[in-house]
Design a protein around this ligand. Structure first.
Ligand code: SF4
Ligand code: SF4
Length: 414
């Protein structure tokens, strides 16, 4: 085929390659096509996506966190502005409103969540839209009452909890601000959810991995297997990245990290856990480039990135966050989207400023994190270093290549 002798290749193979867009006509501008598809997917996205931080509080003091916490709860006026903002962002192509509760620790803001959920659900009903939510939580307060409330009142379909290893390792990394341990409480909560709620809500376990806990991952996998948790959760491993700080410097080699990931996949497969080995086409990167997505912080600030709020590194000398685009407590309709530093990714940056335009993985990773590129780091995902091994494993394990979802590629943010 590389010599152009297509007539010597069986027609069914050629057709399959054309169908999968592996073989394309020389005249096609693939980069332009890929970016046009991305823009088209965003223009037709069926959900209005809001990431909401109901509080600036969190009891954990994780070493890699770049946020500064305090006990601010989203005020009534910010809640009012948030609802007006949400209403103003609904477009004819939206079919539902999707909320991601984010923090700080969002469940410390449960009082605000209750009021906001009820009003957003009402808004969705009035506009004839569906409504779902998900929660990214440290897992400390996931008792029965809380889980039931999340399911029934907040219409949560997914809870995501971070475990950074087995007890000793996790407690070194994800302890309270006062230094106390958290693993056993979180782990018992997870066990309870798996035992009593796994038919009602999806539980996702994220493991943030750098050089310090890399070798503990197999022990975590074994523990989750022994306790019967593994088959009932989604689990994924994310390389620790900068959160306006130096956290990324604890990964010496992404190539090594990615080889380790293959070992974890093999361990999971030995335990009959299906792994999302092959990435799918990724058209809508993240809220930074998605016109349908926005983050509202506990003060009513409007942002287009989940990793810049509550993060003092991004404050200018007057204390104003340089990524803040507006304030719903002042005017929910006056949002300066043009000053979103990460917004031109599919239009300009990917073509002019970053190497993704020459990279064959662009359709799969979407270019990863615009913020990482803008800040001068290279955000390439593990597939850049282990896609060949993944393809071999996928073939060896007889996986269907095109019906799996790559969660890890979505997991750029914390
Ligand atoms: S992927 Fe990067 S730019 Fe997008 S929301 Fe996450 S941190 Fe921000
Ligand atoms: S693998 Fe890296 S260079 Fe390639 S498209 Fe993704 S982010 Fe860009």
């Amino acid at each position: 085929m590389q010599s152009g002798n297509f007539d010597q290749v069986p027609a069914e193979i050629i057709n399959e390659l054309i169908d999968k867009k592996i073989l394309v006509d020389q005249s096609v501008d693939e980069l332009a096509d890929v970016l046009a598809e991305n823009r088209d997917a965003i223009a037709n996205e069926d959900k209005l996506y809001l990431v909401i931080q109901p509080t600036a509080n969190c009891s954990l003091g994780c070493g890699y966190c770049g946020q500064a916490h305090n006990n601010t709860l989203m005020s009534e006026s910010a809640q009012d502005g948030l609802i007006q903002f949400a209403a103003s962002r609904i477009r004819p192509h939206h079919k539902y409103i999707a909320i991601s509760w984010f923090g700080g620790e969002p469940l410390m803001g449960i009082k605000a969540m209750r009021k906001i959920s009820s009003r957003l659900r009402k808004l969705a009903q009035e506009k004839n839209l569906g409504y779902v939510s998900s929660v990214v939580t440290n897992g400390l307060s996931l008792n029965n009452n809380m889980v039931e409330e999340l399911i029934t009142e907040h219409l949560a379909y997914k809870i995501e909890v971070t475990l950074d290893g087995t007890e000793e390792m996790h407690d070194q990394r994800r302890h309270l601000k006062t230094g106390e341990k958290t693993f056993s409480k979180i782990y018992n909560n997870l066990k309870n959810i798996v035992e009593n709620y796994s038919d009602k809500i999806l539980l996702s376990i994220r493991c943030n991995v750098d050089d310090r806990n890399l070798n503990n991952v197999p022990e975590l996998i074994d523990l989750l297997h022994r306790d019967g948790i593994l088959p009932k959760v989604m689990i994924y491993f994310a390389p620790v990245h900068s959160w306006g700080n130096d956290a990324h410097k604890h990964i010496e080699s992404k190539k090594y990290w990615s080889q380790k990931q293959i070992e974890w996949f093999i361990s999971l497969n030995e335990k009959n856990i299906k792994i999302d080995l092959l990435p799918q086409r990724k058209k809508n990167l993240c809220v930074a480039v998605d016109d349908n997505g926005t983050l509202i912080d506990p003060y009513g600030g409007v942002y287009k990135c989940t990793e810049v709020t509550l993060t003092p590194t991004y404050n200018n000398k007057n204390g104003k966050n340089i990524h803040k685009l507006g304030d719903v407590t002042i005017d929910p309709s006056d949002i300066d989207y043009a000053s979103n530093q990460f917004g031109g990714f599919n239009e300009v940056d990917v073509i002019q400023n970053f190497p993704c335009a020459q990279c064959s993985l662009l359709p799969l990773c979407g270019g990863m994190c615009p913020k990482e590129w803008v800040e001068g780091r290279i955000p390439c995902p593990p597939i850049r270093y282990n896609i060949k091994e993944r393809m071999l494993l996928s073939y060896a394990w007889n996986q269907s290549n095109f019906d799996v979802v790559e969660d890890e590629a979505k997991a750029t943010c914390s």
